[in-house]
Design a protein around this ligand. Structure first.
Ligand SMILES: [Zn+2]
Length: 468
């Protein structure tokens, strides 16, 4: 895959004091007392003017509307329907909109709001797809009803991530309607297939869109923690090949299962060594090497008295800062090659050959063992320095809205931000409404209050970042 040149390092110098949202422009009166929990903090009129433009009713309605357009990938053209719904809406609030087909029925929507003068580009990244709803009868309300009950909106995508997408749209609309001047531009990337192979963000980068982006806010459900790191992932398939035979005559063939077990055990040991070596990451915990699928035979039906020809495992490997994917891949590869070498050595001249030849002369001929590891997806871990301008801008926005310090955190899964960071060198932070355990479960929900806070954080962060 094509690697993109990282952007030139952004200016990390600390923001001037007071920050633009606090600064009184010539027409702006000085700050008054804020209403945040911090009590007594100064919250300027400019930010109040901005926050007033976040309309709770519209935010709830847009979230509901988006949930009501089912966009699980299997649902034909669901992502396209979301895109077609959003494009005119975004144009209506003053953005330039480009729709780019990634795959049939799955287009990215890229919308840009231009400021008054030249300056940096801040991206908000959201995705149009949602994961499967599972068995709809298990849900309290229909998964695509977008039901508002009490202070919660229910439905697939409520927090992952249609609610946060709606919050980003409302934030950008508020900036535009507030009439507050800003430099540079805001790019809203509404991308497809985040829950799958992330073809949307890969296409976005390949098309060159990322080249002009200076920082990105990844809109995902992380309980509005300011997440500055995320785990990496390797996805791999491991195959062992032997020779099919009768269960009563195992020496007439070669069972590919025991070498698979041996390889997986060595990988478990490697996992232990990595945990020992790296210790616990503050936000991400420990790295892991997890076999999630184990199959033998790979093709045809399994039968108790038949030794299969082939065995297959799928590995879900998660990494933390401090691990080199290249080094880890080599270690895994070495384990697989070593097993292949030792089984074949035994077949050629070791105990296995002897046993077979004593049973029947020539029985050992034509029996060999192969094992192969195929890493088919590589998603690096990310870590953004707290000194990065985007981290400073978001934390400042949180402070001025809530009167409290941000809670820093990390994302355990990979997101589209993984590729924006790893392939395009863009500093990223992840923030959005939705409790940690809620995504991908039945009865997915988001609190209206949290969503409103998210929209405010997005809007204030954008101005903090762009006007520095
Ligand atoms: Zn998501």
């Amino acid at each position: 895959m094509k690697k993109f040149r990282p952007l030139a390092q952004f200016d990390n110098s600390p923001p001037p004091t007071p920050s633009p949202l606090e600064a009184s422009g010539s027409e702006e009166p000085l700050a008054r007392r804020g209403e945040g929990k911090g009590g007594g903090r100064r919250r300027p009129l400019k930010i109040d003017r901005l926050l007033k433009e976040i309309k709770k009713g519209e935010l709830v309605q847009l979230t509901q509307d988006l949930i009501r357009i089912p966009s699980v990938r299997r649902q034909e053209q669901g992502e396209q329907k979301v895109a077609l719904y959003l494009s005119p809406l975004l144009e209506g609030i003053g953005l330039d909109v480009v729709v780019e087909v990634v795959e049939p029925g799955s287009p990215n929507v890229i919308a840009v709001l231009h400021g008054e003068s030249e300056g940096p580009c801040l991206m908000f990244e959201c995705h149009t797809d949602v994961v499967t709803e599972g068995d709809p009868s298990e849900w309290k309300y229909g998964p695509f009803d977008g039901r508002l009950a009490g202070n919660r909106i229910y439905g697939r995508g409520a927090c992952d991530t249609k609610g946060n997408l709606a919050a980003a749209v409302m934030a950008i609309q508020a900036i535009n309607q507030s009439g507050i001047h800003f430099k540079g531009k805001i790019l809203l990337g509404i991308l497809v297939d985040e829950e799958g192979m992330m073809t949307g963000v890969k296409h976005f980068i390949r098309q060159g869109w990322a080249n002009g982006v200076n920082a990105a806010i990844i809109c995902e459900p992380v309980d509005n923690h300011l997440c500055i790191t995320q785990k990496g992932a390797l996805r791999a398939e491991l195959i062992t090949n032997g020779k099919m035979s009768h269960g009563a005559m195992p020496l007439a063939g070669l069972n590919p299962i025991p070498p698979m077990v041996s390889i997986l055990e060595k990988m478990r040991q490697l996992e232990e060594e990595e945990i020992e070596r790296l210790g616990k990451d503050d936000f991400l915990g420990y790295p892991s090497i997890t076999p999630t699928v184990l199959q033998a035979p790979v093709k045809g039906e399994p039968q108790l008295n038949v030794i299969p020809y082939q065995c297959r495992a799928l590995l879900d490997i998660r990494t933390v800062p401090g691990q080199s994917h290249e080094a880890l891949k080599k270690q895994l590869e070495d384990i697989v090659k070593e097993e292949e070498r030792s089984v074949n050595a035994s077949l050629d001249s070791g105990p296995l050959k002897e046993i077979r030849e004593t049973l029947e002369k020539g029985l050992s001929k034509g029996i060999s063992f192969q094992s192969k590891l195929n890493v088919f997806e590589d998603r690096p871990w990310t870590k953004t320095s707290r000194d990065e301008r985007i981290v400073q801008a978001v934390s400042k926005a949180i402070r001025s809205i809530t009167g409290e310090e941000p809670t820093y955190g990390g994302v355990l899964g990979a997101t589209d931000g993984t590729f924006l960071s790893a392939w395009a060198g863009i500093p990223i932070v992840t923030i959005g409404a939705g409790k940690w355990m809620i995504p991908h479960q039945k009865d997915e929900w988001v609190s209206v209050e949290d969503l409103e806070l998210t929209a405010k954080i997005y809007a204030a962060s954008a101005l903090e970042f762009l006007n520095l």
